[in-house]
Ligand binder design. Structure first.
Ligand code: EPZ
Length: 423
């Protein structure tokens, strides 16, 4: 297993290009199963999770070609030759559940392995299943798999009301509803930019969708969808992560392709803590005005609130802020695994349930630390960039799931960072 060695090296300055969004691409790719015609995605991120989704779609009989150094995904599922998403692939990546809606909607039947547990929380898929049942599906949970059937071979339009916001359940129901008979109304839908991007792509394929980006989405089912080409939206979580580089180390960084509307609540918190965020012709520019960062309180919420996927990275910043910050994690029940590792670097953090109290210290100190999940791993790298001495982040396979070419992007801004190949 590879590790990454980071040496604190003072202020960092430069330009970082932001890739297409992992969490948009992981729902756009299964949309190819909704049509016999080709779907091409441009601005695709080059990540291990995208390769896993490619493997899954190919196991179902789809063709997926990665072109132009991986930036273009040319996909087509003329026929779905296998309707079973195997545990061996699904266990690697929970987003695999997003093939269930499209297969069920297209061919009226599908068998998908249940994803199993995750480091950051139990993460059940009950809301996905309830949505399909509301659309008339018959489900049988057997041997760790969901066996799904649409009586008469077609789902029917329905009102799907979620008791709380779920990104994945909204995406699955949205894709399924495009080919259902009649009208579906999704209430209390997720409003994330990845959902809007998915709706935009489906509309290009001929889907009748209104209300994306609001909490009520209406879909008029159609008999078939056609092919399309669609650019993957910018990755707002990669963007937010790199906006924290000058915030934590000092300096000034321009994020190419950055958009303020994707990171509104996050940018407001940075402003509150004394970090300057400005729009440029090419994206966003971030710099630390002067002196220490100010302590701020943060509560994670569904979009447009503060994203849970930036909570760990924000904690790394607040470890050296002036004062006491309180972070509340409201989305996942076990998403403070990075705290004990930051404490190994000299941070002062008290965690009680879903609340972490961070008392700022003047400086962190480098140490060997362990990555536990994707966002925790990058928060440790951010902390290492500002720490005295060396930080060795182990198990960075987590990182490669969601960040492409981290060492290259950071060393272009003057960071001392290198990958240590595992044996
Ligand atoms: C998506 O996960 C993202 N993943 C996550 O990003 C992100 O943290 C999350 O949305 C919230 O923004 C992808 O898009 C691939 P949810 P998802 O359904 O869809 C509970 C990253 O770091 N829930 O909105 O799985 C669930 O347990 C990843 O890139 C149910 O109880 O998230 C959680 O507590 C991590 N039953 C809450 O809802 C369900 O059927 C929100 O989950 C579904 C969800």
């Amino acid at each position: 297993m590879d590790s990454i060695l980071v040496k604190g090296n003072g202020a960092l300055n430069g330009v970082i290009p932001i890739a297409g969004a992992k969490n948009a691409c992981l729902t756009l790719m299964p949309a190819t199963l909704l049509s016999e015609e080709p779907l091409t995605l441009t601005n695709a991120p080059r990540l291990s999770d995208i390769r896993t989704m490619t493997q899954l779609l190919q196991s179902l009989g789809a063709e997926v070609a990665s072109l132009q150094d991986g930036l273009v995904l040319a996909m087509s599922s003329h026929t779905i030759s296998n309707h079973t998403a195997d545990y061996d692939i699904v266990r690697k990546m929970r987003a695999s559940i997003l093939v269930l809606g499209p297969m069920l909607a297209r061919d009226g039947h599908a068998v998908v392995s249940l994803p199993g547990g995750c480091a950051i929380g139990a993460r059940p898929v009950d809301l996905h299943l309830k949505a399909f049942e509301a659309m008339g599906a018959e489900l049988d949970l057997r041997d760790g798999y969901v066996h799904a059937k649409a009586p008469g071979g077609r789902l029917k339009g329905a009102v799907v009301e979620f008791p709380f916001v779920s990104v994945g359940a909204t995406e699955n129901a949205l894709m399924a509803a495009t080919l259902a008979k009649g009208t579906t109304v999704i209430k209390n839908a997720a409003r994330e930019p990845e959902i809007v991007d998915l709706a935009r792509c489906l509309q290009k394929m001929g889907a009748q969708i209104e209300g994306e980006g609001t909490s009520t989405i209406t879909i008029q089912g159609v008999d078939r969808l056609h092919g399309a080409t669609h650019p993957v939206v910018t990755d707002r979580i990669e963007l937010g992560t790199y906006m924290l580089v000058p915030a934590i180390c000092g300096g000034e960084v321009e994020l190419l392709g950055g958009r303020i509307d994707l990171v509104g609540a996050f940018a407001e918190k940075l402003d509150e803590s004394g970090i300057s965020v400005t729009e440029t012709a090419r994206g966003l520019k971030v710099s630390r005005r002067n002196g220490r960062v100010k302590a701020v309180n943060v509560t994670t919420e569904p979009f447009p609130g503060f994203p849970t996927d930036l909570q760990a990275q924000m904690m790394a910043l607040l470890c050296t802020a002036d004062g006491v910050s309180v972070l509340e994690e409201k989305i996942f029940e076990n998403r403070f695994m990075h705290a004990p590792e930051l404490i190994r670097m000299g941070a002062k953090i008290d965690v009680h349930g879903g609340t972490a109290k961070v008392t700022g210290v003047s400086k962190l100190k480098g140490a060997p630390v362990m990555a536990t999940d994707l966002r925790a791993s990058v928060s440790l790298i951010l902390a290492g960039l500002a720490a005295e001495g060396e930080t060795l982040v182990n198990r960075v396979y987590h990182l490669d799931r969601g960040y492409e070419r981290v060492e290259e992007k950071l060393s272009a801004c003057g960071a001392k960072i290198e990958r240590i190949k595992g044996n």
